[in-house]
Design a protein around this ligand. Sequence first.
Ligand code: P6P
Length: 335
Amino acid sequence: MNLEAGQTLGEFIIENQKDFQYSSGELTRLLSSIKLATKIVNHKVNQAGLVDIIGKFGAENIQGEEQQKLDVFANEVFIKTLSQREVVCGIASEESDDFVRIENCQNSELSKYVVLIDPLDGSSNIDVNVSVGTIFSIYRRVTPAGTPVQLEDFLQPGNKQVAAGYVVYGSSTMLIYTTGNGVNGFTLNPSIGTFYLSHPQMRIPEDGKIYSINEGNYAMFPQGVKEYLKYCQKVEEDRPYTSRYIGSLCADFHRNLIKGGIYIYPSGTKSPNGKLRLLYECNPVAFLAEQAGGKASDGFNRIMDIQPTELHQRVPFFCGSKNMVEKAEEFMVKA
Ligand code: P6P
C-alpha cells in the first residue's frame, strides 16, 4: 500500500470532527496530543533493544506489577503531552496510584475532558521483542468546568465514553480509534512520522475461529469457561478453533478484530474478578468492539454498562466476534 497517497490521521480527524458530538476543535487537539505521544513512545519501543531502556524500573505499580522502564517512560510521555493541551483536566493511568489533576487546566472552561490510559499494555513482552501497545479512553468531565477534577469524573460507565482507541507497536505501528461513528485504523510511516488511513471503517467478523486465553490458568477457570473451551476444541465440521495468545490485550484484540475471534480473561481463584482493569483496558476495547459490530461482556453483562466503583477495579472480560461472545455467554449462564 502506498501510504503517502492515503489520508493522514490529522486530515481524517479534521474531516470527521463534524461527527463529534461536542466541540470539534477540542477533540482535534486531544487526539493530536495522543498522536504525538504515540510517536515518541513508538520511537523508544523501537530502540528498546539498543539503549538502556528495557528491563525493570525497580518499583511496583499499584497493581503490584513490576514496572518496566518503558512503562514509566510511556506514562510520563502521555501525562506530559496531554497536560500541555488545555482541553484535558485529569488523567488516570494504570501506572499511577491516583488520578492526576492537571493544575493549569483546573480553572479553564476549556478543560472538559478526562483521559484514562494504559500507557504500555503488555509491557512484560518488551524484553522479548513481542508487540506491546497503548490503550486510551476519553470522557467529558461530569463536574463543573473550571473546578478541580474529581474521582467521579473518572468513575463513569463505558457507555459514556466520547472516544477510545489503542496503538499497537508491532511489525508496524498502528493507531485504531473510534468517536462513536465506526472504527478506523491508521498505520505509521516511520520514515516521515505520519499516520495514514490504512483500515477505514473496520468491522469484526460476526464469527471467527480464534480464541485467545491464558490456558495456563485452566484449573482456576469458572466451569462455564472450561465448557466453552471444550466446545472450541471439539473435532467437528467447523472446529477445533485455533488458540492464539500473545499476552498483550491490544495485539490479541487487533488480530481478532481483523480475522474474527474471541479474547477471554475470566475470573479465577487467583484473581476473583479477573486481571484486566475496567476503566482503561476493558471499556475502551469494548467501545471499539461494539463500534466494529462485535461484543464485550463480563460473561453475563455488557461491559460498558458496568458502573465503576474504583479506579483500578478489575472485571472478567469476554470480547470479540459477536457470535463467539454469545456462545461463551451461553456456557457461562448454563454452568
Ligand atoms: P497473563 C498485560 O499485562 C495484560 O493486561 C493484557 O495486555 C494481557 O492480555 C494480559 O494482561 C496477560 O496476562 O496473566 O496471561 O500474563
